[in-house]
Design a protein around this ligand. Structure first.
Ligand SMILES: [Cu+2]
Length: 148
């Protein structure tokens, strides 16, 4: 019969070995970006002045749009990042969901944005079926628009 202390040591060893393996696996969980994929703003550009709420249309070439949760090759869904940017570490993880990180998991390609007066930055980030940016990331340039 296995003694409790041996069993406990085995569990600890399994955890010590297993956790780094799981972390390493998660860190490499990004989907490879298809070559030539480009995401861009269709109807707003850097330096524009807009009246809130304003429409933002998302452009994508070189791959397709699919809803979140659908693992289909060469597809992703749009995220609008407002007044912030994703760090290199954040670009390897599921994109947060909050007022500054808006997911379009239904496969939407446009939205209405409501922002207070003043300058705001906008960026599109394409996420895979599990909301993780591609590797390398498929992102638009960061643009600044001024709300009247
Ligand atoms: Cu998402």
């Amino acid at each position: 019969m296995i003694s409790y202390s041996v069993l406990r040591r085995s569990v600890l060893v399994a955890l010590a070995v297993g956790i780094p393996v799981i972390v390493a696996f998660m860190a490499s969980a990004e989907t490879a970006a298809p070559p030539n994929a480009v995401v861009y703003f269709i109807n707003v550009k850097d330096g524009d002045t807009v009246t809130s709420p304003f429409k933002v249309q998302f452009g994508l070439t070189g791959m397709g749009v699919a809803p979140a949760g659908v693992e289909k090759p060469n597809t992703g869904h749009h995220h609008l990042v407002i007044d912030t940017t994703l760090s290199p570490e954040e670009l390897k993880q599921p994109i947060p969901a909050d007022a500054k990180h808006v997911h379009f998991g239904g496969g939407q390609t446009e939205t209405m944005v409501t922002l207070p007066p003043g300058p705001h930055t906008l960026q599109l980030v394409l996420g895979d079926w599990s909301h993780i940016p591609f590797n390398p990331p498929i992102v638009s340039p960061v643009i600044t628009v001024t709300v009247k």
